[in-house]
Design a protein around this ligand. Structure first.
Ligand code: HEM
Length: 356
C-alpha cells in the first residue's frame, strides 16, 4: 500500500467517524427532545384554551343576560324570564335626542314668545272697554278649565323635573335635595296624571260642539288670525287658532295621556319594550303640548287684553267680543234682542248671552 492509498483510507475513516459522531449526537438530542414534545403539545393546548377563556366566563354570562336573552324562572308573568331587557337603546334616545331637542325647542318657543311680545305688545281692545259684559263661559266650564290647567302646570313642572332634573336641578339642589324633590315630583306626576286625563276627556266632550272646523276658520288663518297683522278677521264662538289648540288636545293630548297610563299601570301586562315606547311618545308629545300651551297661556293672558277675565269671571267685554268673536256676538245679540228687549245698557249691566 503506497502513501496515497493510506491517506485516502485515513480520510474515509475520519468521515465515517464524523458521520457516526453526528448521528449519535442527533439520536441523543432527539431522545432528549422528543419526550418534551408532550409538554409542548399540552402547552399549546393550554394557551389556546386560555385565549378562548380570556374573557371572564361570568362576564360572558352577564353579557348574554344583558342582551335580553330569556332564562329559566319559576316566576310566571310577561317577560319574567328576561332578567335584563335591552333598555340601553331607549335610555340613549331618551337622554340624548329627546331631552336635547325637546329642551331646546321649549326654550326656543319661550324666547320666540318673548320677542313677539316685545314687538307686538298686548292686543288692546279697540276703543277700550264698553262696560257691557257678555256671558261667555259658565261655572262648570271654568271649573273644568282651571282644574285641568292647574293639573297641567303641576304635571309640566314635575315631568320636566324628571326629564331634565339630573342636568338642570342637581347643580342647583345638590344630590340629596334633588333626590327628595324627584321622589315627590314622581309621586305627584303618577297620582295626578290619571285625574288630569279624566278632566281632559270632560273638556273634549264639553267643547267639541264649539270646535267643528268651518270655512270661517280657513279665512281666519289666511288673514293671520288677528294677532299677526292689525285686522281682526271674522270668527264665531271659537276662532281657527283656538280650534287648532282644541284638536291638538284631542289627538296629541290623548296620545300623551294614553302613554302616561301605560307607564302608570304596568300591572296591565305591558312589556318593557312597550313601556319604553310609551315613555318616548309621552315625553315627545308632552313637550309639544307644553310648547303649544306656552302660546295658549300667552295669548290668554298678556297677549290679549280682556281674554283672561272671560275664563275667570265668565264674562267678556262686548268690544272684546266684537273684536275677536264678532260672528258669535251677532248670534248673542240676535238671541238677546228677542229675549231681553228693553234691558238698559250701562257700565254695570250684564248682557247674558249663552255661548251655546
Ligand atoms: C296658565 C294656563 C292657562 C291659561 C292662562 C289659559 C287661558 C285661557 C283663556 C283665557 C281661555 C279663553 C279663550 C276665549 O275666551 O276665547 C282659554 C280657553 C281654553 N283653554 Fe286655556 N288656559 C290655560 C291652560 C290651559 C290648559 C293647560 C289647557 C288644556 C290642557 C287649556 C285648554 C283650553 C281650551 C280647550 C280652551 C277653549 C278653547 C278651545 O276650545 O279651543 N288651557 N284658556
Amino acid at each position: 500500500m503506497d502513501n496515497k492509498q493510506q491517506s485516502s483510507i485515513g480520510v474515509r475513516r475520519r468521515r465515517y467517524r464524523r458521520i457516526a459522531l453526528w448521528s449519535m449526537l442527533l439520536m441523543v438530542s432527539l431522545a432528549m427532545l422528543l419526550p418534551l414534545g408532550g409538554y409542548l403539545y399540552v402547552g399549546i393546548q393550554q394557551a389556546g384554551a386560555q385565549a378562548v377563556e380570556q374573557t371572564n366566563p361570568r362576564s360572558n354570562m352577564w353579557r348574554t343576560v344583558r342582551d335580553g336573552n330569556a332564562g329559566y324562572t319559576a316566576v310566571s308573568g310577561a317577560e319574567s324570564g328576561v332578567l335584563i331587557q335591552n333598555g340601553q337603546n331607549w335610555r340613549q334616545l331618551r337622554n340624548g335626542p329627546i331631552a336635547n331637542y325637546g329642551g331646546w325647542v321649549l326654550l326656543g318657543v319661550l324666547v320666540a314668545i318673548a320677542l313677539f311680545f316685545a314687538i307686538r305688545r298686548s292686543v288692546r281692545i279697540d276703543g277700550g272697554r264698553s262696560g257691557v259684559r257678555i256671558k261667555r263661559w259658565n261655572a262648570f266650564e271654568r271649573t273644568v278649565h282651571w282644574s285641568t290647567a292647574t293639573l297641567f302646570m303641576i304635571l309640566t313642572i314635575t315631568g320636566l323635573s324628571m326629564l331634565f332634573g339630573r342636568v338642570v336641578l342637581i347643580p342647583v339642589l345638590g344630590l340629596s335635595g334633588f333626590s327628595a324633590w324627584a321622589e315627590l315630583a314622581m309621586a305627584l306626576h303618577n297620582y295626578l296624571g290619571p285625574w288630569f286625563g279624566g278632566l281632559v276627556v270632560v273638556m273634549i266632550v264639553m267643547w267639541m260642539r264649539h270646535n267643528i272646523p268651518n270655512a270661517t276658520d280657513f279665512k281666519w288663518f289666511t288673514k293671520g288670525g288677528g294677532i299677526v297683522g292689525r285686522k281682526h278677521p271674522d270668527a264665531g264662538f271659537m276662532n281657527g287658532g283656538e280650534k287648532v289648540w282644541f284638536w291638538f288636545i284631542c289627538t296629541v293630548g290623548v296620545v300623551v295621556i294614553a302613554g302616561g297610563l301605560v307607564m302608570n299601570f304596568p300591572n296591565w301586562g305591558f312589556s318593557r319594550g312597550e313601556m319604553q315606547l310609551a315613555n318616548m311618545v309621552h315625553s315627545v308629545g308632552a313637550m309639544a303640548w307644553i310648547a303649544l300651551w306656552f302660546g295658549h297661556a300667552y295669548i290668554g293672558t298678556v297677549g290679549t287684553e280682556g281674554a283672561l277675565e272671560g275664563m275667570t269671571t265668565g264674562y267678556v267685554d262686548e268690544n272684546w267680543a266684537q273684536q275677536h268673536h264678532n260672528l258669535w256676538l251677532d248670534e248673542v245679540k240676535a238671541r238677546e234682542s228677542g229675549a231681553a228687549r228693553g234691558v238698559a245698557r250701562d257700565a254695570t249691566t250684564v248682557v247674558k248671552g249663552s255661548p251655546a
